[in-house]
Design a protein around this ligand. Structure first.
Ligand code: 5AD
Ligand code: SF4
Length: 355
């Protein structure tokens, strides 16, 4: 069979839900550029069929840029002493949650570095207050914590938790995240899932030392964990980290990983990440036409926003209302619309599955 026939057959089978093998995934990751369009269109149809045409919004509050970790890739790493650190007060966080509610969104994401200053009790009090005042669906993204903390968050009313696995290679993981281990990360993810959180994981694409094989394992791990949300973004080198200067600005491979994630996991929520928008002006829209169905506008107050400097040149600086206006326009230009509802992962598949 010619390569073209093989790829068309593979995409046809993936579209109707035939399980994909590691070899299938590798073929799609490695195939020549001319076939990308077919992959993206297939993922776009599966997205339409399994989660619909609406683009769901999650309002993010980056409430602290303190972090006790030293991940080699991240500008928030503890050893970066050039960063101007901040912590938002409970009142500031609550006020921002109200802004998100007023803008018409239904979900808030509370995100920070790993910052023990915010104790479990304090986070739980915040969750209570936000729930009571706004009724927003609450997503946490606070890193690794003991199972009891996760349980306390769930009991306080948190609904979702994001914890990207970052890379499925245990060696690369250990190298990039000194003192951390992939198996501990995976065990956190399983705990979160078992506690009933809608659970998000995901990876970075274009990391130094990453191979297509590792990316295939990232995708299989997302599937294995039955994650409900998948954050897939390009690695962008930060000048004040040990990985300064070794990034690339190609978003093609990231888009492929998003598309394959859609084919593999069907009804998950997949954001068009800010990192994509940062690398390419059309990155976000391209992702939304290659399998993604979520956008996460940043509501962090402007005096803090630029200091949440994970990677350089972050798109999305500007007021949240301006960002929403632009987004409305962009989304209409591709024939879609914003969904202001919570956008939970649908419980049942709508597509036919062939075993
Ligand atoms: N480039 C892209 N994404 C990054 N993240 C951290 N550093 C970078 C970088 N240099 C992402 C990670 C992490 C989140 C805090 O931001 O995936 O989950
Ligand atoms: Fe901290 Fe997360 Fe950045 Fe690592 S990736 S340094 S844990 S904020």
């Amino acid at each position: 069979m010619s390569m073209s026939d093989r790829i068309q057959k593979l995409l046809l089978q993936a579209e109707i839900g035939k399980p994909m093998t590691r070899e299938d995934i590798l073929e799609l990751l490695k195939m020549p550029g001319e076939y990308s369009v077919d992959l993206f269109e297939t993922a776009d149809r599966v997205r339409q069929n399994d989660v619909g045409g609406d683009i769901y919004l999650r309002g993010i509050i980056e409430f602290s840029n303190f972090c006790q970790r030293n991940c080699l890739y991240c500008g928030l790493r503890k050893a970066n002493d050039k960063l101007d650190r901040y912590r938002m007060t409970d009142d500031e966080i609550l006020k921002t949650a109200r802004d998100i509610k007023s803008a018409g969104l239904s979900t808030v994401v509370l995100q920070s570095g790993e910052d023990p200053y915010y104790t479990t009790t304090r986070i739980c009090t915040l969750i209570h207050a936000i729930k009571e005042e706004t009724g927003l669906v609450i997503t946490l993204s606070l890193g690794e914590r003991p199972a009891q903390d996760y349980q306390a968050f769930a009991e306080a009313g948190a609904n979702r938790y994001l914890l990207k696995h970052e890379t499925a290679s245990p060696e690369l993981y250990h190298y990039l995240r000194p003192g951390c281990r992939l198996d501990r990360r995976i065990s956190c993810l399983k705990t979160l899932k078992a506690l009933g959180f809608e659970t998000g994981t995901g990876n970075m694409v274009g990391l130094p030392g990453q191979t297509h094989e590792i990316l295939a394992d990232d995708l299989l791990l997302m599937k294995m964990l039955d994650a409900d949300m998948l954050g897939i973004g390009p690695f962008i080198a930060h000048p004040d980290t040990p990985l300064a200067g070794i990034g690339q600005d190609d978003i093609e491979l990231t888009l492929r990983v998003i598309a394959i994630a859609r084919l593999l996991t069907r009804n998950t929520n997949i954001p068009a990440t800010t990192a994509l928008a940062t690398l390419h002006p059309h990155g976000r829209l391209q992702a939304l036409q290659a399998g993604a169905n979520v956008v996460m506008p940043d509501f962090t107050p402007s005096q803090y926003k630029t200091r949440y400097d994970i990677y350089p040149g972050r798109a999305d600086v500007g007021s949240a209302t301006d960002i929403l206006k632009t987004l409305e326009k962009d989304v209409h230009s591709i024939g879609r619309k914003i969904g202001y509802q919570a956008g939970h992962r649908p419980t049942r598949r709508t597509s036919k599955v062939i075993h």
